[in-house]
Design a protein around this ligand. Sequence first.
Ligand SMILES: [Mn+2]
Length: 481
Amino acid sequence: MEKGPSSLQGKKYPAKNHARSVYRHFKDKKNSVSDETVAFFVSGEALELYQYCDQTKPLRQNRYFFYLSGVAIPGSHVLYEPSKDKLTLFLPDVDEDDIMWSGLPLSAKEAAAKYDIDHVLYASDIPQTLEAVNTKAKVYTTDVNKFNSNYAKYLVEGDADFFYALDESRLCKDSYEIELMRHAARITDNCHLAVMSATPIETNETHIHAEFMYHALRQGSKNQSYDPICCSGPNCSTLHYVKNDDSIDPSRRSVLIDAGAEWECYASDVTRCFPINGDWSKEHREIYDIVLRMQSDTMALIKPGVLWDDVHIHAHKVLIENFLRLGIFKKEYSAEEIFESKISSGFFPHGLGHLLGMDTHDVGGRPNYDDPNPLLRYLRLRRHLQVGMVLTDEPGVYFSPFLLKEILEDSSKSKYIDRDVLDKYWYIGGVRIEDDLVITDSGFENLTKITSDPEEISKIVKKGLSKGKYGFNAGLHDYQY
Ligand SMILES: [Mn+2]
């Protein structure tokens, strides 16, 4: 059976172009280099045993290695020589004793056919290969570690310009990478739909987690981009809540799920919120509509050349305007004065979005976690948008006693807040809506298709409820995968 998106059948992950791109960026930084004096060597992750145990730890492939090779096989290495424009893959040496347990490994010939690689060798060939390359070229690697320490004498580690080149190259995705991300997003859409549809069997946050993972795995996604965040009620105010084990009862009707399936090392990252019984409470819906507005208003600004800081700041302004309308912020103060006080960071503490790629918080965003401005401190993308960037647009509004403590105890800040009005909202915890966007010439393409329309969501939840608990026995799901 063919796996993955049909648009990529018969195509190879463009590792060679990635290597060329990294070298181009590297040359931009290092003026003195010529093709003959540089090579890149990066080692992938290898399987490791747990201490005192013969079971292996789960493997997460090294992203820089995957970018330059497209290879998931543990114990592999890759070498790029610009002087020959040659990409060499080193497979792990064949361990005859392991074949009875693990089956036959991919042969060098099969690897050459499968990957965008010029030459395939084995790990035992590395010393003599690097010895020869080293006579003319410095061989740059990310770091000397347990997977490549045998070759340390040939390698230059930790060069800032090499990291710059790798990250700058990964910043904008090519069409092959976007197809992988589109596929991850499609799987994630189905998972979110399944979670919204299965509330009769979701009486605990763990059930939501299970429902998401079950549908991801069924669609061939064996890894999540990150630990799913499945919360309800006040737990929704914890941004990276991963305990996922509280019961969902009528007093915790708001549900938030932030989860994304991974496809061939590429991530998706999507958040949806819904009321567990399909009926939005007054306050939950009010906050949901504000967050949706923060998202749609910021999306309207997204196009190449726009500074992400400005888009993020705009989201704060939408929040303030709407908190004034609801009366959470006192109307006697102007939106400008409240913005200058920076108290909106207590309700929307994280960034509007981040780069997405192989990593969920992908490389190249140039954040400044020491920024004295609390509105910008946790913004993970501080750059102008470029075609091919993939990023999230994920505004949120939270009611967290922890986050608001300092503001509520400081009279110069708490004066803007009407406590009686605010007190009506704590039970919701928080709302976040998150989609994955690709920047295009004309603006952006939204990879996330699962609805965020509150009426649609209500219908989906109620349709699921109408099936009752026994509508969800194995085999009775409506899903076509
Ligand atoms: Mn995110």
